[in-house]
Design a binder for this molecule. Structure first.
Ligand code: IPE
Ligand code: IPE
Ligand code: MG
Length: 247
């Protein structure tokens, strides 16, 4: 069944508001096709384009994609540099199309290890899309869930010292305001490709009640139909948030 037919099966009233995707398996895809790892990353960009298109088409409001983790610096210098450049080039190349499609894009993650010029360039390019409200796209770049929590705790401590907040009033809501995802709903659905069954430091705080969906498909092969399959599976689940089973 092609993705257009699959879309018709979706319940438009029960879409996840926020979908987060761990795009994994580029290296294995390249090996399978007897190519260099880097070619797998390049091919992965095409899958990102399809994912954004189908998210707009379906009406997803928030989409977060894991592009580079705080742990990915452990890879070879060649691969790290390639990824940094690929992510920047893709942003620059796609921004006009993203803007046309009503996508509001921002990078979330730590700025620490990235150069000032990289960080400024990202903001400069993304800014062009900030009037949009059809789809909010977060690119998790130099992102680590633990780092995010630590940076939030540091900022909270600073604000407490400055008398801006009262620590005895700390709540989930206040914590949310200090995360990179401030003002956004938690991810309802987290998708991971390539058969790995772990979170790898993604959205550690925000995923407390997320539904997970795993597929063996390697990221460069992830297509629109597979995304709709994940949404359909999500719609068959009963989310209880600790309350009793309604069956
Ligand atoms: C995901 O693909 C992309 C990033 C982590 C940047 P991988 O590069 O992790 O691919 P595998 O897991 O080695 O196949
Ligand atoms: C997670 O994938 C990070 C991204 C997709 C950017 P990894 O391939 O880095 O995760 P591990 O090392 O297998 O857990
Ligand atoms: Mg991987």
């Amino acid at each position: 069944m092609d993705y257009k037919e699959l879309i018709l099966k979706l319940d438009q009233t029960a879409l996840p508001r926020h979908v987060a995707v761990i795009m994994d398996g580029n290296g294995r895809w390249a090996r399978l096709h007897r190519m260099q790892r880097l070619k797998g990353h390049k091919k992965g960009v095409e899958a990102v384009r399809k994912l954004v298109e189908v998210s707009v088409e379906v009406g997803i409001k928030y989409l977060t994609i894991y592009a580079f983790s705080t742990e990915n610096w452990r890879r070879s210098k060649l691969e790290v540099n390639y990824l940094l450049k690929l992510i920047m080039d893709s942003l620059v190349n796609e921004i006009e199309e993203l803007d046309r499609n009503g996508v509001n894009i921002r990078f979330i993650g730590s700025r620490k290890e990235l150069s000032d010029s990289y960080n400024h360039r990202v903001i400069d390019v993304c800014r062009k899309s900030w009037h949009n409200d059809r789809l909010y796209l977060n690119v998790a770049m130099n992102y680590g869930g633990r780092r995010e929590i630590l940076e939030a705790v540091q900022a909270i401590c600073q604000d407490a010292q400055a008398g801006k907040i009262d620590l005895s009033m700390l709540s989930d809501e206040i914590m949310n305001d200090y995360l990179y995802t401030a003002g956004m709903p938690d991810p309802d659905l987290i998708i991971r490709t390539s058969g790995e069954l772990r979170l790898s430091n993604f959205l550690v705080w925000q995923s407390a009640y997320s539904e997970y969906w795993f597929t063996e498909i390697l990221w460069p092969d992830f297509d629109k139909a597979e995304f709709i399959r994940a949404l359909l599976d999500y719609q068959n689940r009963e989310r209880r948030f600790g309350a009793r089973w309604k069956g």
